[in-house]
Design a protein around this ligand. Sequence first.
Ligand code: SF4
Length: 395
Amino acid sequence: MRNINKHYTKLKSISKNTGLVGPLFPRKYSFSPYSACQHACKYCDGRAEKYYVEGDFEKDIVIRENISELLEEELNKTRELGIISIGSGVSDPYQPIEAEEKLMQQSAEVLAKYNLPVNIMTKSVLAMRDIDIWEKINLKNGVTLMVSLTFINDNLRGIFEPGASSVEERLEMLKKFKERGIYVGVLAMPFIPYISDTKKNLMSLLKKLEEVGVDFIIPGALTLRPGKQKDIFMDIIKNNFPQLLGKFKNLYRENRQSGVPIYSYRQQVEERIDKIFMQSSIPLHLPHYLYRNQFPLYDEIYILLNHMQDLYSKRGIDIASLEDSLKRYSQWLIKEKKSFNRKRNLNYTDLEQKLLFLIYSGELIKLIKNKKMSKFIEEVVLERRTFDYIKLKLK
Ligand code: SF4
């Protein structure tokens, strides 16, 4: 292990989302046992000033030593069903320090006692150490392993993700989790312009992921926030790919706070990714079959309608009416959630009952002003049918 400075601290609470569930990474609760990251990815968004990670991002590792006690305390009090997501954009839960601190192992043991589904996000094969316990939790509540992977060439991986596991190791881990019946997905982000966003790399990556049989891929382009994140990344390009430096400067010349590159590139790369990845039968979202029993019905519908909006739009299908229904549904849900959050004696099934009432009373059609969509929601909620993200129809 490279020299690091350990900083022990106590986390005050795990994070809870009481608002609308983000459709890209659907989750209700989340935590990270560490802050900062030894994987030292040169593009890491966690380096950005916005996240206030102090010290040397690759060496000053914050260890949240009370994480398992905190879980024990807080999971007792959760009111809503929903995925608990482990990991974040500013630290990997299975970075090398975990081998000695074992906070993930302890957390998994606590999670095994409760009834929440779990998502783990990592670039490290150290997660294999705990596969037996994740398998046990999966049988009870559902577990999804999300591995970040964009490179196929391990030399390139070594330049940009020096502390993370190799490409082969990550593919092998995905296979092993899949063999244990655990859903696996790949966070194919960020694709590095001119290096890993090429047609050749995208096709080779897709081929490998098809061989593994991943359940989904969530792709994304590189963002570079002005400041430390951008400066460190540009130094890597200057030292390793000097011929590309001018091109990178041009793509990120607008220095937007969000870090997005210029619009023409965004459009181009999105089209390329969609064109290649949509040739396969791997969904480009967390598929409905995976999250359908992991959230309350009202959140499941919200996530599903959001995903459908994107899926239809990518196929060139008019989404105006769907957009309008989603907007109306969201307004209803925001209002109901506000009231639910105020009344601490209610359980999520009380809010589910309100959705059921809308369906049974015929009020849903009036609310979303769309007969077809109302029928669709009815079939998902009452008949528990699942939407196929590839065929775009209910099963
Ligand atoms: S593994 Fe994730 S959190 Fe860690 S350095 Fe890489 S991108 Fe950042």
